[in-house]
Design a protein around this ligand. Structure first.
Ligand SMILES: C[S@@+](CC[C@H](N)C(=O)[O-])C[C@H]1O[C@@H](n2cnc3c(N)ncnc32)[C@H](O)[C@@H]1O
Length: 287
């Protein structure tokens, strides 16, 4: 972890399940781990990557639009800023719905990656709760957020990110978490922040991708963690504190389960917005 961190290196999108608010509780665990390479296969808004600011990292996500956005910040920064500036006077309902519905039209297939990235950032700043939600056809369907002054083109943050990505060895991979971890070297730290296991009474949030994340996927992730630990890596996994997850990682030779308290921001049931327990699981060999 860098000593002199640039505080402008921070999430540029609001992202469901973002870990920023949990950093004060995670800090002591993150600081105590020594590693050579860093992998983060469920990058989302990137709060942990940006907190750690490693010089070398491989980060991934299944969400194509999201990874495209990160790549544009790295490789097409000036063009992206120009495009985003065009959106600055469009925080009104009429423009919002016009821009939102472009992905339902043929012309969207011809849009460049910069055009798509700028649209995603604009929608994220102006939609309700910054919730990235796709319907079953893969179309963005969150309603207008009615914010007074959303920061549509946050140049200082985007510039700091561009410089961080280009002055360091930060690689972006789109796809499934297993594919992202195909070449993890010994001694690496891998932080996994998958879509959370659902409590039995919980409303269905199937936001990030068209496919959802099932308990079979949670089991697949646990198997991968076992393999990585056997290869002398340290893994950290965030998840909800369900009996299923606690049972899955109930292997005291490899895993320690810590409890964190989180404020839930994005939940369609307003009455359920409160403090809830989450788990932070640390897995490593020498125990
Ligand atoms: C809880 S969010 C990560 C939040 C992130 N740590 C942050 O602070 O913003 C989970 C992420 O997993 C991604 N995802 C869902 N299924 C995936 C899969 N099979 N492989 C890789 N990423 C996946 C989602 O697109 C989403 O961005």
């Amino acid at each position: 972890m860098k000593k002199n961190k640039n505080l402008l290196i921070q999430p540029f999108l609001k992202w469901a399940g973002g870990k920023r608010q949990l950093i004060p509780q995670m800090e002591k665990y993150l600081k105590s781990i020594k590693y050579t390479n860093y992998y983060e296969p469920f990058i989302g808004g990137g709060s942990i990557l940006f907190y750690l600011q490693p010089n070398k990292a491989v980060v991934g996500d299944y969400n194509k639009d999201l990874i495209e956005c990160y790549k544009c910040i790295k490789y097409n920064y000036d063009e992206l800023i120009d495009k985003l500036k065009e959106y600055e006077d469009k925080n009104n309902e009429e423009d919002f719905y016009k821009i939102r519905e472009v992905d339902r039209k043929e012309e969207y297939k011809k849009w460049t990656s910069v055009e798509r990235a700028a649209r995603l950032i604009y929608l994220n700043r102006t939609c309700y709760n910054g919730l990235f939600r796709l319907n079953s056809a893969g179309q963005f369907n969150t309603p207008f957020g009615k914010y007074k002054n959303p920061n549509i083109c946050n140049t200082p943050v985007l510039k700091a990110l561009h410089e961080y990505f280009t002055n360091n060895d930060i690689e972006f991979r789109q796809g499934d978490f297993e594919e992202c971890c195909k070449d993890v070297p010994k001694g690496s730290l891998i932080y996994f922040d998958p879509p959370y296991d659902r409590f039995d009474d919980q409303v269905n949030f199937v936001g990030y991708t068209e496919n959802g994340f099932t308990r079979k996927d949670q089991e697949r992730l646990k198997k991968l963690c076992d393999k990585l630990i056997d290869n002398d890596c340290t893994v950290i996994i965030s998840n909800s504190s369900t009996s299923f997850i606690k049972e899955l990682y109930n292997d005291k030779d490899k895993y320690t389960i810590h409890t964190l308290m989180a404020k839930r921001n994005i939940n369609s049931n307003a009455q359920k917005r409160g403090e809830i327990k989450e788990v932070l699981i640390i897995g490593k060999r020498e125990k």
